[in-house]
Ligand binder design. Structure first.
Ligand code: ACM
Length: 709
């Protein structure tokens, strides 16, 4: 099957099966902005986009704005086929789209105003902003507003006043564990800009790779990167690309731990004698800079000086996480130093190191960012703390006067759902921070650690879930409706591939490779209902190195199974008025499909070594689906299910819910809900639907938790 027809089948199956999902309905087309603006009023009517759609730029002439408008017009032309002719010549009266900006184009900074206003009437669209940065954000909103009916394209009439809730809306990309070429970064910058994110946190160095050219110390990349690093010219190209899209770039040079790759070329920086080799495995490693030697600071100062010149942003990230202290404990000179300087322990020693770094960076005109381990009373207050260990750590930083950003709850490598991330807030509603303390919370960052992603899969771990995080960072805190978020997220997810992002398209490619000469359909049925194991479960399931191919079912599988989410909705619809049950077609259709799939998939499972590991999953899906069909039958007929059926059912579901091949079958909880409903029909009869629905959900959750233990 070709990529294109597979794509079509994904769409048609989901809209056929789940029409309530409805993203293709005209009614919903109008209201699919994400992130939602701060203030928005829909109006009647529309502004046609046709060959008369001329654009005028008012205000200060700015080449960056002209570039941005040209990119916008190119995207519009691709999407609609309407090629808007030269915009600059149009006079404001003639123009259908007026862009008004008096401010000067500057490199984006943390303090810059990103607000804009947008008014679309039946006569004209008007976008104005104090700064070009606001115009960039407004152009993305306007692009999301474009809709089409057949051959006609238009903008709905609307008034928008928009500004971000948080000024720091970042995405961390780790290019050390797995190398990510320039084009991966570019397409992700485009994706970020489309959802109004404004910081790329570039994790450039770690134990597994030193990914940037140093001209002062070329041994760093020559010995520490396997040749996989960005030249300074490439860095400059990416910085310009980011800046054009209103995105700041913060490089991270993680130290004093996570530094093995530096030490391959420069073992003299370490706290224990070398030689060192590029690390191929993951986790917390021992190699650590020696914070007691002046030569180490001289080296760092010279290196950071070079980087400070290359990167224009006022912030620079020094990492500071996960120092295990082993090399320090084993080095008697370091222990003497601790003693002589009246330091209590390794944490104090790291604080000493950090305060030296902070002095170096201040001299170089930079502010320091570090992971929350760097917090120590000794550090100056102009640093930014990035919290990965929890909201309490972040609140503590804010209370003690530090600026902070939140990453806890936004780790994309944890393979949580978009809804999970969406519910995490840098300033939760129950926060006890004062207004002054709240002002210290600058925002947050989604974090794409790359132990288990390659350039083939990374987009599918970043997108579409990061769209939900982007809304959390930009939109008012009161925007919380999860179902509506998913609807808008799905629309935007499809659009993002316009930039060459592969978060949807890589699925077909990878599944087809697994299926070899066979048609991919039955493998896709299985892949659609599984999710990779969560948190750090892959670490213990299989021995991984940075060389291990990431080409299995677990790598193709989506972090969040849409099919499972939609199935659960369909089950809820079916059961909503139980014991009187609703329409069963959707539920029965998919259960039948899953029940029959094992037989169809068998030839692939037997022929392909790469997917053989999925055989027990496929069998268990089939068995569980058969059970689900029986449950539907009981529920429809009102017949009680026997105790032995219930016991057997529990056994089948418990087995099916066990992760194998590093994936879990994500539709088991939905099937379990059906089975529990059928088992408890008598008991449920007397209860109001909402109560027993809640009761069933909590039983489903409880059995999931029990099995996870
Ligand atoms: C981290 O996850 N060690 C920052």
């Amino acid at each position: 099957m070709t990529k294109f027809s597979l794509f079509l089948s994904v769409l048609s199956v989901s809209s056929l099966l789940f029409p309530s999902n409805g993203w293709s309905a005209d009614r919903s087309q109008q209201r699919n902005l994400i992130p939602l603006p701060a203030e928005l009023t829909w109006q009647e009517g529309e502004l046609p986009i046709d060959s008369n759609f001329m654009v005028a730029l008012e205000g200060r002439k700015d080449s960056s704005l002209e570039g941005a408008v040209q990119r916008w017009l190119d995207r519009l032309a691709k999407r609609t086929g309407v090629r808007v002719s030269k915009m600059i010549q149009a006079s404001p009266e003639q123009a259908k789209f007026v862009i008004q900006c008096e401010g000067e184009g500057k490199a984006p900074s943390v303090l810059q105003d990103e607000s804009y206003s947008l008014a679309v009437t039946t006569l004209q669209a008007r976008l104005s902003a104090p700064n070009p940065l606001g115009i960039l954000r407004g152009l993305e909103t306007l692009m999301q507003l474009v809709r089409s009916h057949g051959k006609r394209h238009m903008l709905p009439c609307v008034t928008i006043q928009d500004r971000p809730r948080f000024r720091w809306r970042g995405l961390l990309i780790d290019v050390a564990r797995h190398w990510q070429p320039v084009e991966v970064i570019k397409r992700n910058l485009d994706g970020m800009a489309a959802v109004k994110m404004n910081v790329l946190h570039w994790h450039l160095t770690d134990d597994q790779g030193f990914r940037i050219e140093s001209r002062k110390f070329p041994k760093l990349q020559e010995h520490g990167s396997d040749g996989k690093y960005y030249t300074q010219l490439q860095v400059q190209e990416l910085l310009a690309y980011a800046q054009e899209r209103g995105i700041r770039v913060i490089p991270e040079f993680d130290m004093p731990g996570h530094v093995t790759s530096w030490l391959v070329g420069h073992p003299e920086l370490a706290s224990a004698p070398g030689p060192y080799q590029i690390e191929r495995t993951f986790g917390i490693k021992d190699p650590t800079f020696d914070p007691t030697r002046e030569e180490v600071y001289q080296f760092i100062e010279a290196f950071l000086g070079e980087m400070a010149k290359l990167f224009p942003d006022e912030y620079l990230h020094i990492g500071g996480d996960e120092v295990n202290g082993k090399q320090w404990n084993q080095n008697s000179k370091i222990q003497e130093f601790i003693h002589e300087h009246n330091l209590k322990d390794n944490h104090d020693l790291q604080a000493y190191f950090n305060s030296r770094l902070s002095q170096i960076l201040t001299k170089q005109g930079k502010k320091m960012v570090g992971w929350d381990e760097i917090l120590h009373p000794q550090l100056p207050k102009n640093i930014v703390v990035q919290s990965w260990r929890g909201p309490v750590a972040l609140a503590h930083a804010a209370k003690t006067g530090y600026d902070g950003i939140l990453s806890y709850g936004y780790y994309l490598d944890h393979i949580r759902t978009a809804a999970f991330h969406y519910n995490v807030d840098p300033i939760p509603s129950n926060s006890d921070l004062t207004a002054e303390q709240r002002a210290h919370i600058l925002g947050g960052e989604a974090a794409m650690w790359s132990e288990y992603v390659t350039s083939e899969t990374i987009d599918s771990r970043i997108w579409p879930r990061t769209i939900a995080i982007a809304e959390r960072f930009w939109s008012p805190a009161s925007i919380q409706a999860v179902v509506d978020m998913y609807r808008r997220l799905e629309v935007e997810s499809i659009r993002l591939e316009e930039f060459g992002l592969t978060h949807r398209s890589n699925y077909a490619t990878m599944l087809q490779r697994l299926a070899g000469k066979y048609t991919v359909e039955s493998l896709k049925v299985l892949a659609d209902v599984v999710e990779p194991v969560k948190l750090y479960a892959r670490e213990s399931a299989h021995h991984y190195t940075s060389e291990t191919p990431l080409n299995r079912l677990v790598d193709a599988a989506r972090p969040e199974s849409d099919t499972a989410r939609l199935f659960r909705n369909a089950v809820d619809q079916f059961l909503k008025d139980a014991p009187r049950v609703g329409r069963s077609q959707e539920v029965q259709f998919v259960l039948t499909r899953w029940r029959n799939n094992d037989k169809k998939l068998r030839p692939i499972l037997e022929q392909s070594e790469l997917v053989a590991e999925a055989a027990p999953l496929s069998r268990d899906l089939s068995t569980a689906a058969k059970l689900g069909l029986e449950a539907v039958k009981f529920l429809k007929s009102g017949q009680p299910a026997s105790v032995s059926w219930q016991d057997e059912g529990r056994r089948i579901l418990d087995r099916a819910q066990e992760p194998r091949a590093e994936v879990e079958i994500a539709v088991i909880p939905g099937i379990r809900k059906l089975v529990l409903a059928a088992s408890q029909l008598e008991k449920l009869k007397g209860l109001p639907a909402a109560d027993w629905n809640r009761e069933l959900d909590s039983q489903v959750e409880a059995s999931k938790r029990k099995l996870e233990k």
